[in-house]
Design a protein around this ligand. Structure first.
Ligand code: ZN
Length: 503
């Protein structure tokens, strides 16, 4: 290995150490930190972010990268250097003054958002949102883009993605989802047989641990804790922290949150150890990350065959509680479709409509085609048109998500991309793996995990998400596998007339 490449690795090891410390501080903040620790913690994290930024934009480091880019490197080293240059370019292009200003305004916007949502007071939040939007527009200009500012922001979460192309996939998806949601609505409401029962928390935690072990999550290289909002933090591939949340009246909530985070965790644990701290040891995009969580949560966890394995575990852990519920009943209960106002409570069928609406509004805001003042009205109109429900107030409408207060424009699409990637990957895995359904019914999840390791995890950021999708599934991302999955599954669950089923 060349001397320069060795120096590059040393420099990256420093950045990695700072990022690990950051990750651990934020994990601790969400799990065990006493409340009064918050202001000192916020300061420590700000200092560490500043150090990461300084180490990244360092001029000597820029020269080193330029020298390496011109050198004759093996494919793996060249890919690391290429991706590090990409990251550094993004960091260098945005003036420090803009970064600080964004940090300041988004802190204020978050505080205002919390109050505005609590008291349903849109005018309290909207001036700050307008400021955040303006700063993000300036950031997009600084970063540069080909066709619209939204591309520059989206690129942060889904490198190499193109808004126009994603919007086209989403438009097709929306056109198919709206009649499907209507047909399910016509089939009449379904009763949730899991409701009005008590599921003790210790047994729910035991269930979470059991499911994660079965999925192949390695507890020597990770752990599960509690937090208000479930999340996953990869401190390193050998130290992956998951959290879940528990409600004694709601078994599905903790079960599916745990499976979801477990999917994220398996991806983190599957990243190549030899490339730790380098781009090839990192997740490729948020969309692919979400594909891993959604695959386990929905394609596996909400399938009928999975319930065959799950049901005996439930009977053992919650003795007597589910005596009158059979596997079919459980499967129906965790797949109830009901258009609702709140994205995070949405089912598999309606979820993407919430995302498509957000992406279209975000693009219009960034282009200047929509004013912040007109956002609540547009939001309510679209909810009525797409989902047939109307928010009674802004708290359960335009104010429901925290994302925009952080300035996270361009982030939402990655959730829907995750659902589409998950369906396409799972359909391919099912074609390639003999008897996958039977194995899932027996709790043998290893073949699926190994397939995902080989096709997705080991590559880190060697390819873009789009390339990875082509390599793993043989084609570009499209909405067909996802729609086929929905039509097949919900067509059967809701006895839809075959005319509505376009599988
Ligand atoms: Zn997720």
């Amino acid at each position: 290995m060349s001397k320069e490449y060795e120096r590059y690795r040393e420099h990256m090891a420093e950045i990695r150490a700072l990022n690990s410390a950051q990750g651990l501080l934020s994990w601790d903040q969400e799990t065990y930190m006493p409340v009064d620790g918050l202001s000192a913690r916020a300061e420590s994290r700000a200092v560490l972010s500043g150090l990461v930024h300084d180490r990244t934009v360092d001029e000597g480091f820029g020269d080193l990268l330029a020298a390496l880019a011109a050198a004759d490197l093996d494919a793996t080293s060249a890919a690391n250097v290429r991706e590090t240059i990409r990251d550094r370019d993004r960091a260098v292009k945005v003036p420090r003054e803009l970064v600080t200003e964004l940090a300041r305004v988004t802190t204020l916007a978050q505080q205002a958002w919390v109050k505005a949502r609590e008291t349903d007071d849109w005018p309290l939040f909207s001036p700050l949102l307008a400021e955040v939007l303006e700063l993000r527009r300036r950031q997009a200009d600084a970063l540069g883009y080909v066709s619209e500012p939204y591309d520059a922001l989206l690129d942060e979460y889904e490198p190499g993605a193109d808004s126009e192309q994603i919007a086209a996939v989403f438009a097709d998806l929306r056109a198919q989802l709206i009649p499907l949601v209507a047909a399910i609505g016509d089939a009449g409401p379904r009763e949730d047989v899991l409701a009005r029962r008590r599921y003790p928390e210790p047994a729910q935690i035991e269930l979470s641990l059991r499911v994660l072990k079965a999925m192949g999550f390695d507890f020597r290289a990770g752990r599960l804790d509690k937090s208000a909002h479930p999340f996953t933090t990869g401190i390193s591939a050998r130290d992956v922290r998951l959290t879940s949340h528990y409600d004694e009246g709601d078994l599905a909530k903790s079960l599916y949150s745990t499976i979801h985070e477990g999917g994220h965790g398996l991806y983190e644990q599957g990243l190549p150890l030899a490339e730790a701290g380098l781009p090839l040891g990192e997740a490729v995009s948020l969309g692919i990350h979400e594909s891993q969580s959604r695959l386990w949560e929905n394609q596996v966890g909400r399938s009928r065959v999975f319930v065959d394995w799950l049901m005996p575990q439930l009977r053992e852990l919650f003795p007597g509680v589910l005596d009158d519920v059979d596997p079919d009943g459980f499967h129906r209960a965790v797949n109830i479709v009901r258009p609702s106002l709140i994205r995070i409570e949405a089912d598999e069928v309606t979820y993407n409509l919430h995302i498509i609406l957000r992406m279209e509004l975000e693009r219009a805001l960034l282009r200047g085609d929509l004013e912040v003042d007109d956002l609540p009205g547009q939001w309510n109109e679209r909810m009525a048109a797409d989902l047939g429900v109307s928010p009674g107030n802004d708290a359960e409408g335009v104010l429901q998500d925290i994302h925009w207060s952080f300035g996270l424009f361009g982030y939402f699409p990655t959730y829907a991309l995750g659902n589409l990637y998950a369906a396409q990957l799972f359909a391919t895995a099912r074609d390639e793996l003999d008897g996958l359904d039977d194995r899932i019914a027996r709790g043998d999840f290893l073949p699926l995990l190994e397939w995902m390791r080989e096709k997705i995890h080991v590559h880190g950021r060697r390819h873009t998400a789009g390339e990875l999708c082509r390599l793993a599934t043989g084609r570009d991302l499209d909405s067909r596998p996802f729609l086929d999955h929905l039509n097949r599954k919900f067509g059967a669950l809701y006895n839809l007339p075959t005319g509505d089923v376009r599988a």
